[in-house]
Write a protein that binds this ligand. Structure first.
Ligand code: TYM
Length: 324
């Protein structure tokens, strides 16, 4: 039997090149070696307010982007988290074994809590629901960007605690980071991670951005004031652009760009990104032209994963004594 892979993306904001290089591209590359489940985590998205009509549209857009980015629905399973009730049910069972201190220590919670006057309980519980997403499928591999590493550590801590309290129930999942592109930074500020929620027109390259817009954003990306690329002392902005270019086109390396003037280097980066995204965008337009296709893919995914999820929920409840 193939080992199982699970990963997910929130259908909030616009998916960007960081999501692609940190997650989707890697998923597409490893999918044939595993039984892969890719999840649109809509229950995570609602931990911050989402306009209902927009959210519903984003769920489908995200599913279409998974396929456009190379996830093969004949080979992998694509499903929507809220259509499988076991995720929320297991999250509650796991909540009951999770010390509050572990959740308060999460970087994402600390950052979000600092930004808001009142913080929803969903923001605190967020990583427990994420642990449920992974553990419910007994996934052994979780391909994500670097920003999710802490959540994966917590998932393992929760699984270990449950297993030691109630007996071996969950498979211990390993984090799988891509070799290049695990942490893409904002174009406007290379000290900040590129993020869906960050404001500012020059921050992120959206996967569906027009080539002209991509070109403009890259040409305006923040760099230091050196004249040309020096591989021995690259500033954060140049290093970030190089990581993006390298992940889009592996023939671009430190050596091939050494000595290039920043303007020419940026043109090269833009060309690599545009060439990488062009087929993705074309495929996206084809997929969204046929809504019936997407519905069928999501239905098939749901039907495949439901019994796996139900089996783990039953096993977990049984281990805890929740049976008569
Ligand atoms: P989300 O929706 O923020 O991001 C989706 C994926 O994209 C990666 N990523 C990045 N990679 C490189 N550079 C960046 N700037 C960048 N920004 C985002 C993320 O690491 C992620 O892999 N909590 C998760 C969603 C989730 C999940 C799960 C993931 C819920 N349940 C179970 C894996 C397994 C999140 O908010 O991802």
């Amino acid at each position: 039997m193939k080992a199982r892979v699970l990963s997910g993306v929130q259908p909030s904001g616009q998916l960007h090149i960081g999501n692609y290089l940190g997650a989707l591209k890697n998923w597409a590359e490893i999918q044939s070696r595993y039984e892969s489940i890719f999840c649109i985590v809509d229950l995570h998205a609602i931990t911050t307010y989402q306009n209902p009509a927009e959210l519903s549209a984003k769920i489908k857009e995200t599913a279409a982007l998974f396929i456009a980015a190379g996830i093969d629905p004949e080979q992998s399973w694509i499903m929507v988290q809220s259509t499988v009730p076991g995720h929320a049910e297991l999250a509650w069972l796991l909540t009951c074994v999770t010390p509050l201190g572990w959740l308060y220590r999460m970087t994402q919670f600390k950052v979000k809590a600092a930004q808001q006057e009142t913080v929803g309980d969903g923001i605190l519980q967020y990583p427990v629901l994420m642990a449920a997403d992974i553990l419910i499928y007994q996934a052994s591999i979780v391909p994500v960007g670097e920003d999710q590493s802490q959540h994966l550590e917590l998932t393992r801590d929760i699984a270990q605690r449950f297993n030691s309290l109630y007996g071996e129930t969950f498979v211990m999942p390993a984090t799988h980071l891509p070799s290049v592109g695990a942490r893409i930074m904002g174009l406007d500020d290379p000290t900040q991670k590129m993020s869906k929620s960050a404001k500012g027109a020059g921050h992120a390259i959206a996967l569906l951005d027009d080539p002209k817009v991509i070109q403009k954003k890259i040409m305006r990306a923040t760099t230091d004031s050196e004249p040309a690329v020096d591989p021995a002392k690259m500033g954060a902005g140049i290093a970030n652009l190089l990581a993006i270019a390298q992940a889009c086109d592996p023939s671009i390396t430190k050596e091939t760009v050494a000595g290039m003037r920043y303007g020419d280097f940026k043109k090269l980066v833009a060309a690599a990104v545009i060439a990488r995204l062009e087929p993705l965008q074309r495929r996206y337009r084809e997929i969204t032209a046929d809504p019936g296709y997407l519905e069928a893919v999501l239905k098939r995914g749901r039907e495949h994963v439901l019994p796996i999820a139900e089996d783990t929920v039953q096993k977990t409840k049984h281990a805890m004594g929740l049976h008569i």
